[in-house]
Design a protein around this ligand. Structure first.
Ligand SMILES: Cc1ncc(COP(=O)(O)O)c(C=O)c1O
Length: 434
């Protein structure tokens, strides 16, 4: 989908294709008003590092702390309200990710922490010689915890990205699979390449040999509606601070699978007490409640943009419109980057359904840090480095540049911001042309 998006007051009528001219207006002002941290004098393009937070989320955290900050589970009224708020949060997250059962929703402080918990719970089920496949593109969150299993004698194999297409070739996965494959740990989208990976196809292959799949959706969830059932994985996790919420995370697993895991909470908690047995010390109540604001926002944006139907259909509609807008923004930057002979784009060089606007590049003869430092002075927030996808940066031989420059967009970024970004990059990369 490459359509241009009509953006209120931003994209001239004449620049629209026939297809996009039928699209509803993209209510950028209404969207931006939901994020009080956004500023006209500052362009935030480090959204894959951390997105802006919805006022609705902050208001709920505030409301929880100042009106229901009591322990859950007691019979007095305020405790009952607090309990219901936290349960409502779990239901809300279940609907966001399309979980079949609320108790499949495990919450925790971070994605990294949740994967450690998962792997801890898996230890008793693994033996020396069992095989785990990781990728060379993943963030360390879905690598390090698995690698620690080497101490058990588990074999860790690495599925490598094609350095030309930046995709994960399924035929390479086929070569790594064996009857001893227990887990594949992969990302739905790389936080560097921005490419959407073939989860369902990979999961079908892994399931065929009796293994399971753990998916990092952190870089995917801000751009597409997560559907844990449709994606075919066994475990899916992501962090809310990338999806317009607080520093908090969710991990989903199929109920039967989670039920079979050992209890990680207090010793007396029954093994069928889901998700409590996997949330040692319990969840963060106020942040859980804050996350309700994410779903509320997506639903209300779906309605505002002309969607109809169920809550999920409205959320899907909102994400579809966000994706069209993001495609438009991403293509402005990619078109510019393609025009610069010294620039190498690390990922697909145009937007599509299989690419999100997390756009990385290097410039021949320049250190990535030097570019970012100059952008800082122009009040444009981007960053450089390996983004904890260390093996990817090493395997693509991008260390001599100090890693990649990353521009990561969100649905609340504007055409003007991207044009400002491009103008600033031009003065740095090819000053004589600027
Ligand atoms: C793709 C990806 N996965 C995992 C993480 C880790 O998330 P958390 O900070 O919640 O542990 C990040 C953080 O940047 C990420 O970008």
């Amino acid at each position: 989908m490459h359509s241009q998006m009509q953006t209120q007051g931003q994209v001239p009528q004449t620049s629209q294709s026939a297809e996009s001219s039928q699209a509803p207006l993209y209510p950028i002002e209404k969207i931006r008003a939901e994020f009080p941290g956004l500023r006209d004098d500052y362009a935030f393009f480090d959204n894959a590092g951390g997105s802006q937070v919805l006022k609705r989320v902050a208001d709920r955290v505030h409301a929880y702390l100042l009106s229901t900050s009591v322990q859950l589970g007691a019979s007095y009224e305020v405790s009952r309200v607090a309990t219901e708020r936290v349960l409502a949060a779990r239901r809300s997250i279940a609907s966001l990710i399309n979980a079949a059962h609320d108790e499949e929703v495990v919450m925790g402080g971070s994605s990294t922490g949740l994967v450690y918990l998962l792997v801890q719970a898996l230890r008793p089920s693994l033996q020396a010689g069992d095989e785990i496949i990781i990728t060379n593109i993943d963030h360390e969150a879905n690598v390090g915890a698995w690698r620690r299993l080497l101490g058990l004698g588990v074999v860790v194999k690495v599925w490598c990205v094609d350095p030309v297409t930046f995709t994960l070739p399924l035929e390479q996965l086929d070569k790594l699979l064996s009857p001893r494959t227990k887990w594949l740990a992969m990302s739905q989208t790389s936080n560097v390449l921005g490419m959407v990976n073939p989860i369902a196809e990979a999961a079908a292959r892994v399931h065929a040999v009796g293994g399971r799949v753990c998916v990092d959706s952190v870089a995917y969830a801000p751009h597409r509606l997560v559907d844990v059932q449709a994606c075919g994985a066994d475990v899916v996790f992501f962090s809310f601070y990338k999806v317009f919420g607080p520093h908090y995370a969710v991990m989903w697993g199929k109920r039967d699978f989670l039920l079979a895991l050992p209890n990680l909470n207090h010793g007396f908690i029954p093994a069928d007490d889901l998700p409590y047995k996997l949330q040692p010390g319990n969840v963060n109540f106020e942040l859980s409640y804050g996350c309700v604001g994410i779903v509320e926002y997506l639903e209300s944006m779906g309605l505002a943009m002309g969607g109809t139907g169920t809550q999920r259909e409205l959320m899907q509609f909102a994400f579809d419109q966000f994706a069209r807008h993001e495609d438009y923004l991403g293509d402005i930057l990619l078109q510019y980057l393609r025009s610069e002979p010294r620039v190498r784009i690390i990922g697909a060089d145009s937007m599509s359904d299989l690419r999100v606007p997390t756009i990385c590049f290097v410039v021949e003869g320049m250190q990535s840090e030097a570019i970012v430092l100059q952008m800082d002075q122009q009040q444009i927030g981007i960053r450089f480095g390996d983004f904890y996808a260390k093996k990817l940066i090493a395997d693509l031989q991008l260390q001599p540049y100090g890693g990649v420059v990353r521009v990561s967009m969100a649905h609340y970024n504007t055409v003007e911001e991207v044009e400002r970004l491009v103008a600033a990059l031009r003065t740095i990369i090819s000053p004589s042309a600027a």
